[in-house]
Design a protein around this ligand. Structure first.
Ligand SMILES: Nc1ncnc2c1ncn2[C@@H]1O[C@H](COP(=O)(O)OS(=O)(=O)O)[C@@H](OP(=O)(O)O)[C@H]1O
Length: 368
């Protein structure tokens, strides 16, 4: 670890400079302050012409870009990242997931783990004492995890990608991009660590449908299910998304950590230890003795996060760029595994399992 230095915290525009160690800073509206730079009209025209040539699903606002179904508005961001507008740095950690597979949870856990020396997670006693002012200082008690860890393609699509350069190392960021979409400057870069999380696709689809219904109330679960089976739902083909990172984790285990939502639910402490080790910040015997692992798991638990004031329905999201569509509460619905049994017939579940089994056959990973 480098020695602690005086650098300004980004926690809020009014915060005073604070003694900080080399930890990720919450990436929130402070860093997005100022005018959004105008995107070159020529570039916009080029993006538009690329997008208009892509296979599309207008109802779902999706396009198929280089074999992956992505949200239309993210395509310019993906292109910008592929063209080298993002400059990786030693110490960068990229969190990757298909949507609705535990992104929010992983953002919280990775942030809490990597920032623990400057922002210790509140210990059990302090967490119980609501009046404990110090305990409330933790960024994750005042910010939604999406305000702490930027979503790369959205940021670049908004012309704000260069603001990542302002973040000190180590930087923590997230993407939903398929492995095949990543530029080699990320995917083949030993300086850049990737932490991947996936989930039983059946639960992922239920979660995705429930989320999408907030803006598309007429959307039927059956439609999302069919699209997924055809490989055309958001981040589809799902099997390609999972396999890309699964294979990379086998080839380069020191660069790609592959996690599963269901295993995280079952063994949260072990998985947080794995994460800390992977990013080069293993828990010391003193931290183990003090219960820091459990403190992080408790701070980031579904129950804790869902019940925070910042994550209530009327809490305004400050994500960068601003997400006016989904309120913070939409990221914490039910949690847990197995909700698919309430929405799929056994035939539907069997069909999706069979497709996944066929696609993942012989790879060493399965979901049934
Ligand atoms: N802390 C924590 N622990 C366990 N589970 C959690 C947590 N936070 C969010 N969730 C559940 O994750 C689902 C949302 O997935 P994502 O966070 O990937 O969504 S997004 O892609 O960022 O929009 C969604 O799952 P469902 O409840 O099944 O819809 C969330 O409830």
């Amino acid at each position: 670890m480098l020695e602690a230095t005086i650098i300004p915290t980004m926690a809020s525009t009014t915060d005073q400079p604070t003694v900080m160690g080399p930890v990720p800073l919450p990436f929130n509206n402070a860093i997005a302050a100022g005018d959004v730079p105008a995107v070159d009209p020529g570039l916009l025209e080029e993006y538009e012409s690329i997008i208009s040539s892509l296979p599309s699903n207008p109802k779902m606002h999706l396009n198929c870009y280089q074999g992956a179904w992505v949200q239309r508005t993210w395509v310019p961001g993906i292109i910008a990242i592929q063209r080298g507008h993002f400059t990786p740095r030693h110490g960068d950690v990229v969190l990757v997931s298909p949507p609705k597979c535990g992104t929010t949870w992983l953002k919280a856990l990775a942030f809490a783990t990597m920032a623990r020396r400057v922002h210790p997670p509140p210990p059990a006693a302090a967490a119980a004492a609501a009046a404990d002012v110090d305990a409330q200082q933790h960024p994750l008690l005042r910010l939604n995890p999406h305000d702490c860890v930027p979503f790369m393609e959205k940021l670049f699509a908004a012309g704000l990608g260069s603001r990542m350069d302002a973040l000190p190392s180590p930087r923590l960021m997230a993407t939903h991009m398929h492995h095949s979409l990543l530029p080699t400057s990320i995917s083949d870069n030993p300086d850049c660590k990737i932490i991947y999380i996936c989930r039983d696709p059946k639960d992922m689809l239920v979660s995705m449908w429930q989320f999408a219904r907030r803006i598309l109330p007429e959307l039927q679960f059956y439609n999302v299910f069919e699209l997924a089976c055809e490989g055309r739902c958001l981040s589809g083909p799902i099997w390609d998304h999972i396999l890309g990172y699964w294979n990379a984790s086998k080839t380069s285990p020191e660069n790609v950590l592959f996690l599963r939502y269901e295993e995280m639910l079952q063994y949260p402490n072990d998985n947080v230890r794995k994460l800390a080790q992977f990013v080069g910040q293993p828990f010391s015997p003193d931290e183990e003795e003090a219960g820091v692992v459990m403190d992080i798991v408790r701070l980031c638990s579904f129950e804790k996060m869902k019940n925070l004031k910042v994550n209530e329905a009327d809490s305004s999201p400050i994500q960068v760029p601003r997400n006016t569509t989904f309120a913070n509460d939409s990221f914490f619905r039910r949690g847990g595994a197995g909700d698919w049994t309430n929405h799929m017939t056994p035939e539907m579940a069997g069909r999706l399992d069979a497709i996944m089994n066929e696609k993942l056959h012989g790879t060493g990973i399965s979901f049934s």
